[in-house]
Write a protein that binds this ligand. Structure first.
Ligand SMILES: NC(=O)c1ccc[n+]([C@@H]2O[C@H](COP(=O)([O-])OP(=O)(O)OC[C@H]3O[C@@H](n4cnc5c(N)ncnc54)[C@H](O)[C@@H]3O)[C@@H](O)[C@H]2O)c1
Length: 358
């Protein structure tokens, strides 16, 4: 078990949706911690959202005994990452920086290689060298993987025991590669690492490229929303607070370091699914979103939703059902996501109304 109080955390993707919420929760719940947040603030989506999240963190920091340092940097720049690790010497590293999105990896593949492959390699190298000259170094590396590693697997729910050798997007291939790289580094350099396969995370100040956010933007502009696979899609939607709770639980328990018969480390390596274990049909999801957008006053009561819906076929790289077997996270970490879709989407709709001043 790792005591998180008074520790130094390095979080990459700090201005991102999950990263910023993780940092807020760390600041709120732990005394005397030091959080170093790295982000390149790229414009894959509206940068003002990333800036808004950083302002929230800075404001909260003032009310706590914790310290937060933001560094605008790109994890694909090896020398920069090396220096940051040398200066700050983090105890716990959470790598959430990545180029996300399945569809964007089809039109802009280069950035997936630089951020997700080279960037993650740089983080691993920095963790490796954190032990140089007998230093205590990094106690636990937690990093983001994705449900997309399951590719077109047909066995549902997806289990971490399933084979995941058939990615169907470059994004998924980079995330699977991260898991393989982490395993090699765990074996070679005894870096305790845990990969988390996230399943569709949503909530206030979330990612505008994701369906619930994008649908809301479009409906507000009077545009039609496209519902893929004619609505026959099922997703494990997980509310951000549940995800953050899970990440913090995982951060506290690194896989154990042990030496094997070959005199080398048995890789201190773990992978978990982190989702809701409760798949929702896309059409039902859209219905709840509609209700909550009306309740929050984002859209008028008489909005003609039917006229703004278009049922379309499947997109390349997408899969019809993603749904997590989270039994290992439940058993090992007592993780039980508890936020209903209605409550989660209500939080989103209310935030949206306020943020965009509707
Ligand atoms: N949100 C989800 O539903 C979901 C699902 C599966 C996996 N994930 C993974 O979880 C992680 C966090 O996702 P998110 O939803 O918060 O995405 P996000 O895009 O909001 O956050 C990622 C952050 O990383 C930053 N970033 C990207 N490339 C960088 C680089 N090279 N150097 C420094 N910073 C960089 C971005 O500016 C962004 O702020 C990602 O690794 C993503 O692939 C998320």
């Amino acid at each position: 078990m790792i005591e998180l109080k008074k520790k130094k955390f390095l979080v990459t993707g700090a201005a991102g949706f999950i990263g910023a919420n993780l940092i807020l929760s760390l600041l709120r719940s732990l005394e005397d911690i030091y959080v170093i947040g790295i982000d390149n603030l790229n414009d894959y989506y509206d940068v003002s959202l990333k800036e808004y999240r950083l302002v929230q963190i800075k404001e909260l920091e003032k009310k706590t005994s914790a310290k937060f340092q933001f560094v605008k940097a790109d994890i694909s720049e090896k020398a920069v990452i090396e220096v940051l690790f040398q200066i700050y010497q983090p105890d716990i590293v959470v790598n959430l920086a990545a180029q996300a999105g399945v569809r964007y990896s089809i039109i802009n593949p280069d950035v997936y290689i630089s951020s997700n492959i080279e960037g993650f390699y740089n983080v691993l190298e920095a963790c490796r060298h954190s032990y140089d000259n007998g230093a205590k170094g990094v106690e636990h590396l937690v990093y983001a993987s994705s449900s997309s590693v399951y590719g077109s697997n047909e066995k549902i729910p997806y289990s971490v025991k399933d084979q995941v050798d058939h990615p169907i997007s470059l994004y998924a291939a980079t995330k699977k590669s991260n898991e393989l790289m982490a395993h090699a580094y765990a074996k070679l350099y005894n870096i305790p690492s845990t990969g988390l396969r996230f399943f569709t995370v949503y909530g206030p100040a979330g990612r505008p490229d994701m369906a619930y956010f994008n649908f809301t933007d479009k409906l507000l502009k009077g545009k039609k929303i496209q519902i893929f696979n004619y609505g026959n899609c099922k997703r494990d939607f997980t509310y951000i607070d549940d995800i953050v709770e899970g990440i913090i639980r995982v951060m506290q328990k690194a896989p154990e370091r042990q030496i094997g018969n070959d005199g080398l480390p048995i890789p201190p390596f773990a992978i978990y699914n982190i989702g809701n274990n409760h798949p929702e049909n896309l059409l039902e999801f859209v219905n709840v979103l509609q209700q909550e957008l009306v309740n929050a006053g984002v859209l008028p009561k008489n909005y003609d939703f039917e006229a703004h819906k278009e049922l379309v076929p499947m997109q390349p790289g997408d899969v019809p059902v993603t749904y997590a077997d989270i039994s290992e996270l439940e058993q090992n970490f007592n993780f039980h996501p508890s936020t209903s879709l209605q409550k989660g989407l209500r939080q989103f709709a209310e935030w949206y109304k306020e943020f965009y001043q509707i």
